[in-house]
Ligand binder design. Structure first.
Ligand code: ZN
Length: 148
C-alpha cells in the first residue's frame, strides 16, 4: 500500500491518513472508547465530537453546521457548558430542521488542517489523549478565526 499514489487512504474531506486501515470515523470510535477509562477525556466528549464534525462538515445541513460552530466557539472561548449546548441544540433538532444532508447532496471538499483525528487517535497510546484533543480543538478554533 505504501507505494500507492492514489489518495484512496486519506480522507477526502479532512485529509487525515487511514490508521491501521481505519478511516476517520473508525478512529473517532476508538478515541471515544477510551473515554470509559479516562475521565479527563470523557469530560471533553463534546469537544471531541464537535472537532470531528467541524472537519467533516459536508454531512450537515448548513444551519446545523452554523449552530455547531457557534456552540464550539462559545464553549472554548466562554466556557458555555456542554450540557447547555445539548439543551439548546436539542431543542433546535426537535423542530423542523433535519440535521443531516441526504447522502446525494453531500459535497465533501478537501481542506488541509493543522491537526486531524489521526493526530489525536494514536493506536495503543491512550495516555495524553485529552491533551491532544485540546490541541486539536485549539487548532480548529484558530482556523475558524481566520475565516471570519
Ligand atoms: Zn476525515
Amino acid at each position: 500500500m505504501s507505494d500507492n499514489n492514489e489518495p484512496t487512504d486519506t480522507c477526502p474531506e479532512c485529509g487525515a491518513p487511514a490508521v491501521n486501515g481505519m478511516n476517520c470515523f473508525e478512529q473517532l470510535g476508538w478515541l471515544i472508547g477510551w473515554e470509559q477509562r479516562d475521565p479527563d477525556l470523557a469530560a471533553l466528549h463534546f469537544v471531541t465530537v464537535a472537532s470531528y464534525n467541524l472537519q467533516h462538515a459536508a454531512q450537515f445541513q448548513p444551519d446545523v453546521l452554523a449552530q455547531l460552530r457557534e456552540a464550539f466557539i462559545a464553549h472554548l472561548d466562554r466556557g458555555l457548558p456542554a450540557s447547555e449546548i445539548r439543551r439548546r441544540m436539542g431543542s433546535a433538532y426537535a423542530g423542523s430542521a433535519r440535521v443531516l444532508r441526504p447522502e446525494s447532496e453531500r459535497r465533501p471538499v478537501l481542506r488541509r488542517w493543522p491537526m486531524t483525528i489521526a493526530d489525536v487517535y494514536l493506536p495503543d497510546q491512550p495516555d495524553g489523549a485529552a491533551d491532544r484533543v485540546r490541541a486539536w480543538a485549539a487548532s480548529i478554533r484558530a482556523e475558524l478565526e481566520r475565516e471570519q
